[in-house]
Design a protein around this ligand. Structure first.
Ligand code: OKP
Ligand code: ZN
Length: 344
């Protein structure tokens, strides 16, 4: 299997993250991608290709233009007022406040476009986030041209980024942009399976009213877990997209034994949909030792997960999302890819 990687992810290297009311070392850091790269080299997964530059057009198929321009200039505008540190919002749109007006100032725009306070924007965030999109799109192009499967080693991740919102360590939605690119390259139906521990609220929102892109997600229940306000079972899509969004919220403590059935159900739904292309939002923060998550996957379970994904039996693009147990991260990711390849 080809992998796509660029070291430019390193341009997103925040100094701190707001965790439990304190500025602490970030969970989402450059070493994550490097350890996954080392592990795919170690097992000789296949050639590792650099991304090519796709420009902004594919991004603008999915994201709001004002939002994209904001991300592009956010840190520069912040630094003119606030100096060299990373940009954090300090305000939010309250329930009954105006969401139809975008403020002009740095603080105002950060509050308008962010949905959490744990996602700093740094001087290099735009460069890293657009590279991450290019990694996904390079993988997408290879799959569209006939590869059975490609692994896009994206960083920063993307599945929390919505049409005009960033948060959850995500700025641009790599998986959604790739799924739309499959459609634009002629695929009639695209399925996305999100196995990250957290609900992919961004991907869900982007395709919520569409039936040409099926979104299926297994994740920790939002009544207990981030992102809290999205990911319930009754979110099933809207309008012509009704029935084409499927959530499997699962309780804290979920292990492979209790994950298997909902996963089989999800895979069955995707097979019935018969997509022309298949995108997997691959987070391995379901791991028992993940520092910010509460599922109980063991390392061998990722082989089984890869086998299950292979049963969809369609051209497949893996897009890297979360996973924060950095010592085991590479092995867990590779186990999914190896399990997949062995079952093909
Ligand atoms: C991104 B992805 C820790 C809070 C962490 C943010 C989680 C973002 C996850 N106390 N909150 O889906 O892996
Ligand atoms: Zn996650």
């Amino acid at each position: 299997m080809f992998a796509v990687y660029s070291q430019d992810h390193q341009y997103h290297n925040p100094r701190f993250e707001l965790v439990d009311g304190q500025f602490s070392p970030p969970f989402e850091h450059p070493r994550r991608a490097e350890t996954v790269l080392a592990q795919i080299r170690e097992i000789s997964l296949g050639h590792i290709l650099p991304p090519r530059d796709f420009g902004l057009s594919a991004i603008l198929r999915v994201h709001d233009e004002g939002f994209v321009r904001f991300l592009q200039t956010a840190w520069n505008e912040w630094s003119l007022v606030r100096g060299e540190g990373d940009a954090f919002p300090f305000t939010w749109i309250g329930r009954a406040m105006r969401r139809d007006k975008v403020p002009e100032t740095s603080d105002g725009k950060l509050g308008y476009y962010a949905f959490d306070a744990g996602t700093p924007i740094t001087s290099g965030t735009w460069r890293a986030a657009t590279t991450s999109v290019n990694v996904a799109l390079t993988g997408q192009e290879l799959v569209a041209k006939g590869e059975r499967a490609v692994f896009a080693l994206c960083r920063p991740p993307g599945h929390h980024a919505a049409r005009d919102c960033y948060g959850g360590y995500c700025f641009l939605n790599n998986a959604a942009i790739a799924a739309q690119a499959f459609r634009d390259a002629g695929a009639e139906r695209v399925a996305i399976l999100d196995v990250d521990y957290h609900h992919g609220n961004g991907t869900q929102e982007i395709f919520y009213d569409r039936r040409d892109i099926l979104f299926v997600s297994l994740h920790a229940h939002p009544r207990q877990e981030y992102p809290y306000f999205s990911g319930y079972e009754d979110e099933r899509g809207a309008g012509t997209g009704e029935g084409y969004n499927q959530n499997y919220p699962l309780p804290w403590g979920t292990d492979w034994t209790s994950y298997r059935e909902p996963l089989e159900d999800a895979i069955r739904a995707i097979r019935n949909y018969s997509p022309d292309a298949f995108v997997v939002s691959l987070g391995v923060d379901t791991f028992e030792k993940d520092p910010i998550c509460k599922f109980q996957f063991h390392k061998e379970d990722y082989l089984r997960l890869g086998e299950a994904i292979a049963r969809v039996n369609k051209p497949t693009l893996f897009v890297m999302e979360g996973g924060y147990a950095v010592d085991e991260l590479g092995l867990n990711v590779v186990n999914v890819l190896v399990g997949f390849e062995n079952a093909c």
